[in-house]
Design a protein around this ligand. Structure first.
Ligand code: OVV
Length: 407
């Protein structure tokens, strides 16, 4: 068997259209819209020879692949590496890179630790922190929304909510970006990420220990699952690791992307100021248009089919979440940001049994920041070009220079 990019090379059925491009090319990752169109237009499932994978980019097929966790498994990795064939770069995530029954058992612990009720309990604190942050920013006027808001806020409130003792903001943001780049092929992004991994990983690992977590926090709530016998002590530690890999940089990215949408759509900003109840639909619309995780893969665990095309066992299937979210088959004017669209069925938080378990906390964080801004800021104007930061799995900004005009 020939292994390409960590998985078995596939010999696709001749009925499957071929797309000759590298979806992990840095140019495409910076500006993915033509690739998205090409992927959707080529067919319901396509073969990409550059990394020997199948890919789906239409809403229908991406939703289907994510909803059928029995045929399209996560336990063989959700990047290009097939864990059945190659040793993963780290001990696999118990919740992301697992299938039932293990997944069902650990997900219950995480769902409780990150429940809507827990998010509601954090709301007041988040609002106070957000008010203070925005007051400080208004004194400056010109800001970089990535550094000054999107990284600043979650790395302040989330580690506190988790009960983390000594916070290293840089490591927290970088850990998520490293894990995300590691889902890609063996390109410069992945190699650079893995070169930086040891220092960040050893710091994160130490931070996951029970005795590093304060009572009453989300981290200790996960360890309470161990006390109750639902997970082992070691499993609890790995689940706390997922709080840091999946819970910081994703939210940072989502927050940056919402601010990008709003700063490019001044009428939407005015509408949000006039109708703050639109904050939830606004967050969903931004997560639809610029999904923080643009791509996750699944592995066909048996010989099967997609949209009538044969799929061999062991095939990696790239699932274009960001691409499906802009599918004109599903959305009217898909690239138009409509604050009141209420985009039910968007895939920015995934769907199915692996759908984002932390989304209530993420939404609460972003809501707090948007409401604090909406109450105090008359306009958020672009103050230069937005710069995207290519990542094998994330659509994230590097810089978002803005001018805040006080109300
Ligand atoms: C980057 C990322 C996303 C989702 C889950 C995880 C990591 C994890 O480590 O569980």
């Amino acid at each position: 068997m020939k292994i390409i990019e960590g998985h078995a090379a596939i010999d696709p059925h001749p009925s499957i259209p071929v797309l000759e491009l590298d979806p992990f090319d840095e140019g495409i990752l910076r500006d993915p819209f033509d690739y998205y169109t090409a992927l959707r237009e080529a067919g319901p499932v396509v073969f990409i020879p550059s990394c020997s994978v199948l890919a789906v980019g239409r809403h229908e097929e991406v939703r289907m692949a994510f909803s059928d966790h029995r045929r399209f498994v996560s336990s063989r990795g959700v990047g290009l590496n097939d864990f059945k064939l190659e040793k993963p770069w780290r001990q696999p995530s118990l919740i992301l890179e697992s299938d039932p029954p293990v997944h069902t058992r650990v997900r219950a612990v995480m769902a409780r630790a990150l429940s809507p009720k827990v998010a509601l309990g954090l709301r007041e604190t988040f609002r106070e922190e957000a008010d203070e942050l925005v007051d400080n920013l208004l004194e400056r006027g010109r800001i970089d929304a990535v550094h000054d808001i999107a990284e600043q806020f979650p790395t302040t409130v989330f580690p506190k909510a988790v009960g983390m003792q000594d916070v290293n903001r840089r490591h927290l943001v970088d850990y998520g970006a490293i894990a995300a780049n590691a889902f890609g092929p063996d390109n410069a992004l992945r190699r650079d990420a893995l070169a930086r991994a040891p220092e960040v990983v050893s710091w994160v690992t130490a931070a996951c220990a029970r005795d590093r977590l304060a009572p009453g926090g989300i981290g200790m709530a996960v360890y309470e699952g161990a006390d109750a016998g639902e997970v082992s002590e070691e499993e609890a530690m790995l689940l706390v690791r997922s709080l840091f890999s999946a819970g910081v940089d994703t939210t940072v990215t989502g927050m940056g992307n919402v601010l990008w949408c709003l700063s490019r759509n001044p009428e939407a900003w005015q509408r949000l100021r006039a109708e703050p109840d639109l904050v939830r639909p606004c967050i969903d619309e931004a997560v639809r248009i610029a999904a923080p995780i643009h791509t996750f893969a699944r592995t066909a665990n048996e010989e099967t089919e997609i949209a009538g095309h044969p799929v061999p066992e062991g095939a990696k299937i790239l699932c274009g979440l960001g691409c499906a979210n802009l599918d004109p088959r599903k959305w009217e004017d898909p690239e138009t940001f409509r604050i009141d669209r209420r985009p039910g069925g968007h895939l920015g938080f995934g769907t199915g049994i692996h759908g984002c378990v932390g989304q209530h906390i993420a939404r609460a964080e972003i809501e707090a920041v948007l409401l604090a801004l909406a109450a105090r800021v008359a306009a958020i104007e672009p103050d230069g070009d937005a710069v995207w930061r290519p990542n094998n799995a994330m659509r994230a900004l590097d810089n978002l220079p803005l001018r805040l005009v006080p109300a």
